[in-house]
Design a protein around this ligand. Structure first.
Ligand code: G6P
Length: 602
């Protein structure tokens, strides 16, 4: 995944683009570059490294001009180095572009272009596009026509920003299976991979759809179809995200800020959905075949959804990683299936492909999404939003707990509708759900304690997270957080599985984190903790029962809460532990090595 930002107006393009790039850095951070245009002259500077460092080294802020494009890269084709950084140019240097996505037929196009005498500077698939446009420009017609003809030859996913020296009054933006949104200002306009890139200047946006491109000038914009060049009518939407939401607001990292935003985010998720959830529950209640598809943290939310459905709706959903679903299972769904896709970004390639496949097979698709207007919301038959606000830290935190809030509401409503659980129990859960934001605030008060705990764990090589029942997905998520940002090897396990292999890895002092809500399997879990301790493990136990004091070397005390609601709260200390371990080990928790916020390629 990469990030694109483009600007045209009367401001200094380089300043606006650098700011945009910093806000998009979560999308990729191995190299970056900028092209600005001053009249007919194009200026390009690019290199490998983080944006702050490049701003100094390449003097990005001295680039002239009132239009330009910036790109922050997360390498797919070609290693991260100075030449593979975007923007890329054609042979004449008159065309420059930035690209997010993958051109699947780039090898054959490159071979053809090499035969025609084009010289390539980089190993990227993206550079091919610039030369292809150059080639098309040799024929009749305008630059726009040449661009369109070139686009028609591309296979794969691409969001593009393109500038041409011969047309100093405009920038082209293109979207096909990679996100691109226009920002509409006063006498200035923007294009970007994501809204926070230009949120400081405007909250009026136009979402491009697949197969569309935009011609953007300072005072006007129009969107057309790649296929025919015909104009498309697009609506301007207002986004209710504020700039503050996309800034660190005094926190050292976005991740910590987002962890602390969880009480409010969960409250917003509850309020934001209370009016719509019953209608959706009614729609889905008829389905017996329910399949959850998701990736990463969203997959863990789906697992929590499975336990909730089993307990309250008395149905057994299937939970599949979207990447597995699309090749191994998708063909078996039909019009009697409900597919619930969970995705923060709404642009994870595997999840989108799974949704498309499910729709093709006639299944009903419900999406649980954070990013308004994202691709997933357009594929789905129905969408529920998590209302978490922008999440910049690569490791998901508040978007996870809000996904859980939405799933909890959805399950309670479906159970009410079907009468599968006693009404009193459902009403009690509904009341207690309202108290979850406070319970999260209580968990956040442990911040200092968790930091001290993390200080004792900095040299751990491995960590094991165990849980049972609805605590099991929390164990998986705790382990994922730790490995993502602290780079400590961590495994999440169902506690019953411990004896079937992982126990062999336990040595003196190895941390075993037990997720231990009070519920039907607590006693069993306590026995598992004892087994681990007998092999020398250090037991870090998250829970509220008095009985835990007996086994815990370190007890992370949680407020009392129904087991079914515990995932939203119990994950919080695990997020904090991963965060502090990352910082203590000298890592940047917002930008973990090798990872990207959304994986828009397979
Ligand atoms: C990446 C991110 C994870 C996220 C996963 C799924 O791996 O680093 O934090 O959980 O993608 O993303 P989605 O946007 O579909 O929830």
């Amino acid at each position: 995944m990469c990030g694109i930002i483009g600007y045209i107006g009367d401001g200094r393009a380089c300043e606006i683009i650098v700011k945009g790039l910093k806000r998009l850095e979560y999308r990729g951070y191995d190299s970056a570059g900028i092209v600005t245009g001053d009249g007919e002259r194009l200026y390009i500077r690019k290199g490998a490294g983080r944006i702050d460092e490049l701003v100094q080294r390449l003097n990005f802020l001295e680039m002239p001009g009132n239009r330009g494009l910036g790109h922050t890269r997360w390498a797919t084709h070609g290693v991260p180095n100075d030449t593979n950084a975007h923007p890329h140019r054609d042979c004449t240097g008159r065309i420059a572009l930035v690209h997010n996505g993958i051109i699947e037929n780039f090898a054959e196009l490159k071979e053809e272009l090499l035969k025609r005498g084009h010289r390539f500077e980089s190993d990227t698939d993206s550079e091919v596009i610039a030369h292809l446009i150059e080639e098309e420009l040799k024929f009749e017609g305008s630059f726009e026509e040449a661009l369109r003809r070139a686009l028609l030859r591309l296979k794969g996913s691409f969001a593009l920003g393109v500038v041409y020296s011969g047309e100093p009054d405009r920038i082209y933006f293109v979207r096909n299976e990679s996100p691109l949104v226009l920002g509409i200002g006063e006498g200035e306009n923007f294009g970007a991979s994501d809204v926070p890139a230009f949120l400081e200047y405007t909250n009026k946006v136009v979402f491009l759809d697949d197969g569309e491109y935009a011609v953007v000038k300072p005072d006007s914009w129009e969107v057309k179809k790649i296929k025919t060049g015909e104009r498309v009518h697009k609506e301007v939407k207002r986004i209710d995200w504020s700039l503050e939401m996309a800034e660190k607001s005094g926190f050292p990292h976005f991740m910590l800020k987002e962890i602390f935003e969880q009480p409010k985010a969960v409250m917003d998720a509850i309020h934001g959905n209370s009016g719509v959830i019953a209608g959706i529950a009614k729609e889905i209640a008829a389905y017996d075949k329910i399949v959850f598809v998701a990736m990463g943290t969203s997959y863990h939310a789906a697992l929590v959804g499975k336990y909730l459905f089993q307990r309250l709706v008395k149905k057994v959903p299937i939970v599949e990683e979207a990447s597995e679903f699309r090749y191994e299972f998708g063909d078996l769904v039909d019009e009697k299936t409900l597919v619930i896709a969970i995705t923060q970004s709404g642009e994870t390639a595997d999840t989108l492909a799974a949704m498309k496949l499910a729709k093709k097979r006639g299944a009903k698709v419900l999406a649980i999404v954070n990013v308004v207007g994202s691709m997933a919301t357009r594929i789905a038959d129905m969408t529920l939003y998590t209302h978490a606000g922008p999440e910049i830290g690569v490791a998901a935190t508040k978007t996870y707990t809000t996904q859980l809030a939405v799933l909890t509401m959805l399950t309670i409503e479906t159970a009410k509708f079907l009468g599968t659980t006693e009404r009193e129990k459902l009403l009690m859960l509904e009341e207690e759900l309202k108290k979850v934001p406070d319970a999260i605030s209580k968990a956040l008060e442990l911040h200092g304690v968790i930091k001290e705990l993390a200080e004792t764990l900095t040299s751990s090589r491995d960590a094991f997270y165990i849980g049972r029942g609805i605590g099991f997905p929390t164990a998986l998520e705790g382990a994922l957080k730790l490995k993502e940002i602290s780079y400590i090897h961590a495994e999440g396990l169902s506690a019953g599985e411990l004896k079937h292999g992982p126990l062999a890895l336990l040595e003196e002092g190895v941390p075993v984190v037990a997720v231990a809500p009070t519920g039907k399997t607590l006693e069993k879990l306590i026995s598992n903790v004892e087994e681990a301790k007998a092999r020398g493990a250090r037991a870090i136990v998250v829970g509220s029962s008095e009985a835990l004091k007996r086994v815990a070397d370190t007890l992370i005390a949680m407020p009392p809460l129904d087991e079914l609601l515990s995932p939203m709260v119990y994950v919080v200390p695990l997020q904090l532990m991963a965060y502090h371990l990352a910082v203590l080990r000298g890592n940047d928790p917002d930008k973990p090595r090798n990872l990207a916020k959304s994986v828009t390629v397979e």
